[in-house]
Every structure is written in C-alpha cells, then in structure tokens.
Write a protein that binds this ligand. Structure first.
Ligand code: PHE
Length: 340
C-alpha cells in the first residue's frame, strides 16, 4: 500500500491541464476506490491511541485533493468561457433597449433653443409658490377668479402657499433680482384645478418669455413672435394677434397661427376657422414693473406664455392631452426620431 507521503506527493505533482486530466485526478483521489479511501479502511488496524492522529492526517489529504480539484475545475471553466467569448464573433449581442426623450421635453427644448438663438436665457424656479409671485405682483385684483379654490390648488395649511398656475411667477422673480435689459424664457410645470379631459389637464407645461429694456414696443413683440412661429412651424406659417385681457399685460393679445394641418383651408383641428390659438402675450403692465422694482417710466417690455402640451398636440397632431401623462411606451416610441 502507498504511504501517506507518496500519496501527498502524487496529489501535489499531478499535472491538471485540461478536462481529461482533471477527470483522471478525480478518479485517482476522489472516488470510493482511491488510495485515500483505502487508507480510511486501515483505521481499524491502527493502535487505538494513534487512530485520532492518523484519521486527521488522511482527512487533510482528502481535503487537499478536493481543494486542488475545485481550483483547477474553476480555472478550466473560466478559461473556456473566456475563450468561447473571444472565439464566437457571430454571437448576437445583448439587446439594449434605448429609451427616447418624452415629447414634452422634446418640445420644451425646441422652444428653448429657438429663443436662445436670439439672446434669451432660460430660468427656472419653484413649482410651489406664494401668492405674491403668482398673483399679487402680477396685478391680479384681490377678487380675481383665479384666486378661487376652483381654479388654483392651495396648500390647505397655509392659504398663502399654492401650486403655480403659470410660470409668470418667474417674470416676477427675475425682475426682482435683475434690472433691465432682461431677456428670459421660463419653462416649467404648472397646475390648475381643472377637470381632466382630452383637451385639458390639471398639470401641464408652459414656456413664458419676458423682454424688458428701453423703448421695447408692441412691434418688437409681434416680430419676435412671428420669428418663433416660423421657426417652430415652418416659414409659410402666418400669425394673427387678437385683443385679449391679462391682468399683467396692457395691451394684451392672443396669438393664432394659420392651421398647420389644413394650411388655413379649414379642418377639425382649427374648427374650420383656419386658425389655432397658441399663446397669450402683451406689453408688461407698468404696475407689474413697479411692483418688481423696475422704473416703468424708463423701461417697457413684453411678455408671452405658451402651453407646451398644446403646441406638441399641434405639431405632432395628437388629439388627446392625456396621452402625454400615461407614458404608454407605444405612444412614446413614436417620438424617437424627433429626439435628435
Ligand atoms: N400667464 C398667461 C397664462 O398662463 C400667459 C401669458 C403670459 C399671457 C405672458 C401674457 C403674457 O395663460
């Protein structure tokens, strides 16, 4: 019978180079018929006081054999999988599904870029506002209906705190901080206490613009808005300003563009008028300038505000505003090519 020393040497010197030699190693040292097992059979012939020490030695031998086997098995498996990865260049790669920008973000960025090109800077501010920035500074009368709970989400514990109903609050924040010339656009999310339908939502997005400097005229505003409409909807688009009312602008106007679906001939989208409304605008009311610490004798300005959802619906002819909030991937995927 082989000595313990002999077996130990064999275990250590056995060359395991591939699956075949690994299997030979297993058969030699790790099966019931191995020399190590035979040694276990010898225990009964050993003097009782030496049995414990003997048992320990052959157990160590067996553990060592198992250890060499495990190590080499793992090494061979790793090498094999690395090799197969290098070798099979035709293996299909893992598919990574790439998302796309949300249509609202796409549109916000487009609007922003158009105005940034003519010197406007983007500013952002808090969604949760106070009465001063959303209403009072903007010349809203004390009893104005927008201050009603029906139209505005107030924070119950504090009647002065509310979710902004328009990003005009950022006009105020900007003018409070900065003297003219001011040229900013204010993109952001706004909230109104409205029933959700295919055409209205209680959450939507706006981009507001504000330009204050010396001698700013209504004609400057009209030209700026025409530039915007043509870059957004194409050079053939026409604009039309209709008199309107906002507490913070005087005079005020709503702007329509010639319907981009029927080109003005009349269709469902424009309700057969040939025109669709896209924004509110006007010359900043002197009271608003004064409320924000700007000299209304020296400076004048214009402001405008447009709804992003509405614009996106027009540009991509979507007929239900709720689609923008459902995040159904089938809907969103249609805007993949517009992301760039
Ligand atoms: N803040 C107005 C709205 O939410 C839009 C607007 C902005 C009108 C600026 C005039 C000037 O409807």
């Amino acid at each position: 019978m082989k000595s313990i020393e002999e077996i130990r040497n064999e275990i250590e010197s056995f060359k395991i180079e591939n699956a075949e030699t690994l299997e030979q190693f297993r058969l030699a040292f790790l099966t019931k018929k191995s020399d190590i097992q035979a040694l276990f059979g010898e225990i009964k012939n050993i003097a009782p006081e030496e049995r414990k020490a003997f048992g320990q030695v052959i157990n160590e031998l067996k553990d060592r054999a198992q250890q060499r086997f495990d190590e080499n098995k793992e090494k061979l498996e790793n090498a094999q999988s690395a090799q197969s990865q290098i070798a099979d260049v035709t293996r299909p790669s893992n598919t990574v599904s790439v998302g796309s920008m949300h249509p609202i973000s796409i549109m916000m960025n487009q609007v922003r870029r158009i105005f940034e090109d003519i010197g406007f800077t983007s500013v952002t501010g808090p969604d949760i506002e106070d009465d001063w920035h959303v209403f009072t500074a903007l010349n809203f009368a004390e009893e104005h209906p927008a201050r009603d709970m029906q139209d505005t989400f107030f924070i119950e514990l504090h009647p002065d705190i509310l979710l902004r109903t328009h990003t005009s609050s950022l006009q105020v924040r900007t003018m409070e901080k900065q003297q003219p010339p001011i040229r900013v656009i204010c993109p952001g999310r706004v909230f109104r206490n409205e029933a959700i339908t295919s055409r209205a939502h209680c959450i939507f997005h706006q981009v507001e613009g504000l330009y204050v400097a010396e001698n700013v005229s209504f004609a400057d505003m009209k030209q700026t808005l025409l530039y915007f409409a043509q870059r957004m909807f194409g050079p053939e688009v026409k604009i039309r300003l209709r008199p309107s009312y906002f507490p913070f602008t005087e005079p005020s106007a709503e702007m329509d563009i010639s319907c981009n679906i029927c080109g003005g001939a009349g269709c469902n989208l424009c309700k057969h008028t040939g025109w669709v409304e896209i924004l509110g605008s006007g010359m900043v009311d002197p009271n608003v300038l004064e409320n924000c610490g700007i000299d209304s004798k020296k400076y004048s300005g214009f402001a405008f505000g447009l709804g992003i959802e509405r614009m996106t619906m027009l540009k991509y002819t979507t007929n239900d505003i709720r689609l923008y909030f459902e995040n159904d991937v089938r809907f969103l995927q249609q805007f993949k090519s517009a992301t760039k």
